[in-house]
Design a protein around this ligand. Structure first.
Ligand code: OFO
Length: 183
């Protein structure tokens, strides 16, 4: 009896996404290491924590594929690429990375819808919400830096941003989660 509950195309898309999550983790590790070496311990810390989150996302895909009786394929992770050139550049690159990742997840959501694979569609809703949260978090960081001068942000402002990021929560509040009782 065939116990594989994923179509070949969905299984491939989920495996590819699993590798993308691992790649995202490597990207954040590389940015965090570079920023730490430049003396931005707070920003680096924030990105090290984020690298762990991406690794957890990778594991979520892996576990789901196994749960559905299908086959996990561990592939090589592409090189994380160039180091950023500044804190501002690191967040701009991180934002692009998150938007690309969201697009990639939306593609599988669409695919699961087209194939009427409701279990996968439902599984992916967690990631749709997570991506909105991550994009919001980075947009908030970029806004702060833009106000402080964008690419020309002063050392003084970078010092405060770095100190704030040491203790910034890893999750953003989403407006749609607010209620009248808990604004
Ligand atoms: Fe950036 O979050 Fe994974 O999916």
């Amino acid at each position: 009896m065939n116990t594989n509950r994923l179509s070949e195309s969905i299984c491939k898309a989920l495996n590819d996404q699993m590798t993308k999550e691992a790649h995202a983790s490597q990207i954040y590790l590389s940015y965090a290491s570079w920023l730490n070496a430049q003396g931005y311990e707070g920003v680096a810390n924030f990105l090290f924590r984020h690298a762990n989150e991406e690794r957890n996302h990778m594991m979520k895909f892996l576990e789901y594929i196994l749960e559905r009786g299908s086959t996990v394929k561990i592939s090589a992770i592409p090189d994380p690429g160039e180091n950023p050139t500044s804190v501002y550049d690191a967040f701009q690159k991180a934002f692009k990375q998150e938007v690309d990742n969201s697009e990639s997840i939306y593609e599988i959501v669409k695919q699961s819808f087209d194939e009427s694979d409701w279990a996968t569609w439902n599984f992916l809703q967690w990631f749709v919400k997570e991506q909105t949260e991550e994009e919001t978090l980075i947009i908030n960081m970029l806004d702060k830096m833009k106000i402080a001068g964008g690419d020309k942000v002063s050392d003084q402002s970078l010092y405060s941003i770095d100190r704030d990021l040491m203790s910034t929560p890893d999750e953003a509040d989403l407006a749609r989660e607010k209620t009248v009782e808990e604004p």
